[in-house]
Design a protein around this ligand. Structure first.
Ligand code: BTN
Length: 255
């Protein structure tokens, strides 16, 4: 288990995937103060201002069928939520922290953290499949540190608590929660983790819209994730839709 530290890197996920493909063991982490090409879900950018956020990618090799790896974003979501609740306390009521399927953590509806989980099972490799869990947490940002279009929709630990958190201890505490949740996942306790995830479901019962990669829009009320972690929506005529991926927002253009 090694911690690879960079002052500046393109993306910790890119580096962690390279390392994993060369055989890096489970538990290693790539951490950077700044990313010049931080990546979000669906090809979006993750703004990574130097020293203001936690930008880290954790490598796991899970003792599970590779098909199970698809559930790991929700597992990591529970870990990030446990971590954030500790860091936000006692300033916050637990109810203010929610999870937006599949990968966002929100405080009072504003994004504070995101997860980009990527996996690989290189066919011609001697190494077992890997999972890279990339986590970005807004830590020290003031509102003006976020791009203009995000300023109303993003928050940070500093904005919520007024505290100047130190990044290194945060990294260690986040890692503990991630390792703990991944271990429970390996022990067959996904449904318990999912039950915890559902208690924080931001979209459940709300009218929302999902735009898929082709640009098609599915609108309806969220029924939350099913037992395999896929989101279900029921539309105005009572038809149910299973959402594999896509950009989700509340109806009316809210985040
Ligand atoms: C999202 O909200 O769309 C996911 C954001 C994930 C950002 C983190 S920052 C550390 C790691 N490296 C990346 O390039 N992305 C993830």
């Amino acid at each position: 288990m090694t911690c690879y530290f960079y002052r500046t890197i393109d993306s910790t996920n890119i580096e962690a995937k390279k390392l994993a493909e060369q055989g890096e063991g489970s538990g290693s982490v790539v951490w950077a103060l700044e990313q010049t090409a931080g990546r979000g879900r669906l090809g979006k950018r993750w703004t990574s201002v130097s020293g203001k956020g936690l930008y880290a990618s954790f490598i796991f090799r899970l003792n599970l069928e590779f098909s199970e790896y698809a559930k790991s974003t929700l597992v990591a979501g529970v870990a990030v939520a446990r971590f954030l609740k500790e860091e936000l306390a006692p300033a916050h009521k637990r109810a203010e922290l929610t999870l937006k399927w599949p990968n966002d953590s929100l405080v009072s509806g504003k994004k504070i953290a995101g997860i980009l989980a990527e996996s690989g099972a290189p066919g011609n490799s001697e190494f077992s499949p890997y999972l890279v869990v990339g986590v970005g947490v807004n830590v020290l940002q003031k509102t003006s540190d976020f791009p203009l279009e995000l300023q109303q929709h993003a928050t940070s630990l500093f904005l919520e608590t007024g505290k100047q958190h130190r990044l290194e201890p945060l990294l260690a505490r986040l890692k503990e929660h991630l390792c703990d949740c991944m271990q429970s996942f390996e022990q067959g306790r996904f449904l318990e983790l999912l039950a915890e995830w559902r208690t924080m479901d931001y979209l459940f019962g709300k009218k929302m819209e999902c735009v898929n990669v082709k640009g098609d829009v599915v609108a309806g009320v969220s029924l939350g994730p099913d037992d395999s972690g896929l989101l279900h929506i029921i539309d105005d005529i009572g038809q149910k839709h299973e959402i594999l991926s896509g950009d989700l927002r509340l109806a009316g253009g809210l985040c």
